[in-house]
Design a protein around this ligand. Structure first.
Ligand code: SDX
Length: 429
């Protein structure tokens, strides 16, 4: 295979090196294109454009492969834990027991929020979406730690990462408790990350709350499955905001907002709302909804289906589909919407429209059904996605800053507006 790409412009041939990654992915390095030719490339949505090289996550969309630092997601989900995955993504290797214990102790030492931050929640209307509270409080956290915001000081970055990983769960739980008018439940550091999250969400001062080990493990797996996914919309946002040397809290706040969109992390909430719609307005028959999703005259999409990279079954969806049944058995619940989801998947995967476009279930298609079975409210699903994705955002942000060639992200454009014209005084318009 050639390691040079040739572009002919106005009769002149330009050569650009082809860069090959460790898994054989190839990209044309056009970093001198505009200087050489005066031209730029155009690629709306960056479908064909790589923003960086990265050692963190590998995805093969055609084969449905996902690996964190080389470890297959299937093995990670079966054998690891969320905090171990956070260490793996951030530090680049699986920890020894001592390293994991030290990391876990550090995270557990930062679960509390400054008492003044608790007052911040009072400023939100009761029906505020938890994602709005999460991004606001996360951005405000930087004001409590003004002395550790230097993105180039490894110790300041480390303590900030640990604070964010620890406090994000507390903020998430507080945002839920605030929305239902319940008192905030303080973190309990003797519990696991997932167990503490469940406790802060569902415990009340009035009675003891026992963490169900099945739900605790299910939450841990859900968080691991969401931990990183290379240069998706919110991670690219994290890198772009970080590239201006904005502090890590500001970058996380921006990433949370990017994830909130229903085309991205907000899809898990949109999937459940879609399944309820099919149950309540289409008598549970997904086939009519499928026709709507194929009809270009409306903007209805089959939420939880399709992916920019996966043109095969999302390996995370495969794991979650199996886990859904395990959780339902554990909580002794049935799920009418699970039946609808499985019927929807079956007919979509046989429908030419979806087959031709290689649209398969993605990570969001089943996750909401599991959250619902656990009693987690719909508007918290994307918050859980944010919690899971946190180590990915942080590791990608750090990888950007560790790259000596990293620059501020500033895409170009092709102008198609009005040509030069003179200003017209208002009385003459
Ligand atoms: C996540 O990037 C990541 O890695 C994201 C993520 C992560 O871990 O960070 O994996 C998490 O965001 C998963 C995706 C969650 N979103 C949804 O489930 C929303 C529904 N899906 C789509 O809107 C869509 O598939 C996207 C946004 C996920 C991908 O959009 P693309 O890559 O821009 O694809 P596209 O819109 O160009 O679609 C190609 C074609 C179009 O039809 P044609 O113009 O070719 O006729 O497929 C159609 C689209 O209309 N299409 C769908 C569809 N998804 C794509 N039609 C109906 N229903 C859908 N779900």
């Amino acid at each position: 295979m050639s390691d040079v790409a040739k572009i002919i412009i106005d009769g002149q041939t330009y050569e650009y090196p082809i860069f090959t990654g460790t898994e054989g992915e190839r990209g044309i390095d056009i970093s001198t294109l505009r200087k050489d030719t005066g031209l730029i490339t155009l690629d709306p949505g960056y479908v064909n454009t790589g923003s960086c090289t990265s050692e963190i996550t590998f995805i093969n969309g055609e084969e449905g492969i996902l690996r964190y630092r080389g470890y297959p997601i299937e093995q990670i989900a079966e054998k690891s834990t969320f905090l171990e995955v956070a260490y793996l993504l951030i530090e680049g290797k699986l920890p020894t027991q001592d390293e994991l214990d030290t990391f876990t102790h550090s995270i557990k030492s930062h679960t509390l929020l400054h008492e003044d931050i608790r007052l911040m929640f009072r400023a939100f209307p009761l029906r505020a979406h938890p994602m709005a509270m999460l991004s606001s409080v996360m951005g405000a956290l930087s004001t409590f730690y003004p002395d550790t915001l230097d993105p180039y000081d490894p110790e300041q970055v480390k303590i900030s990462m640990h604070r964010i990983l620890a406090k994000m769960a507390t903020i998430a739980a507080y945002s839920y408790k605030y929305s239902i008018g319940h008192p905030f439940i303080y973190p309990r550091n003797e519990l696991s990350y997932a167990g503490n999250l469940l406790h802060m969400l569902f415990a009340t001062p009035a009675e003891t709350y026992e963490v169900d080990p099945v739900l605790e493990r299910a939450i841990d797996v859900l968080l691991m499955l969401h931990a990183d996914h290379e240069q998706n919309c919110s991670t690219s946002t994290m890198r772009l905001v970080g590239s201006s040397d904005a502090n890590i809290y500001a970058s996380v706040s921006a990433a949370v907002n990017a994830l909130w969109g229903p085309l991205h992390g907000g899809a898990n909430q949109a999937v459940i709302e879609m399944l309820y719609d099919i149950r309540d307005n289409y008598k549970g028959d997904g086939s009519k909804y499928l026709e709507l999703a194929k009809d270009k005259s409306n903007n209805i999409r089959l939420m939880g289906f399709g992916h920019r990279v996966y043109k095969n079954y999302d390996p995370r969806a495969r794991i979650l589909k199996k886990m859904t049944k395990d959780v339902l058995e554990a909580v002794g619940g049935s799920s009418d919407i699970l039946e609808i989801a499985m019927q929807l998947e079956e007919i979509a995967l046989q429908d030419d429209y979806f087959v031709e476009r290689k649209l398969y279930p993605n990570v969001d298609f089943y996750s909401g059904i599991i959250y619902k079975a656990m009693g987690i409210p719909v508007n918290m699903y994307t918050v859980f996605f944010s919690l899971g994705r946190m180590p990915g955002w942080l590791s990608q942000w750090a990888e950007h800053h560790a790259n000596p060639k990293a620059r501020i992200g500033r895409p170009r454009q092709i102008y198609v507006g009005a040509n030069e014209r003179d200003y017209v005084p208002i009385e003459k318009r």
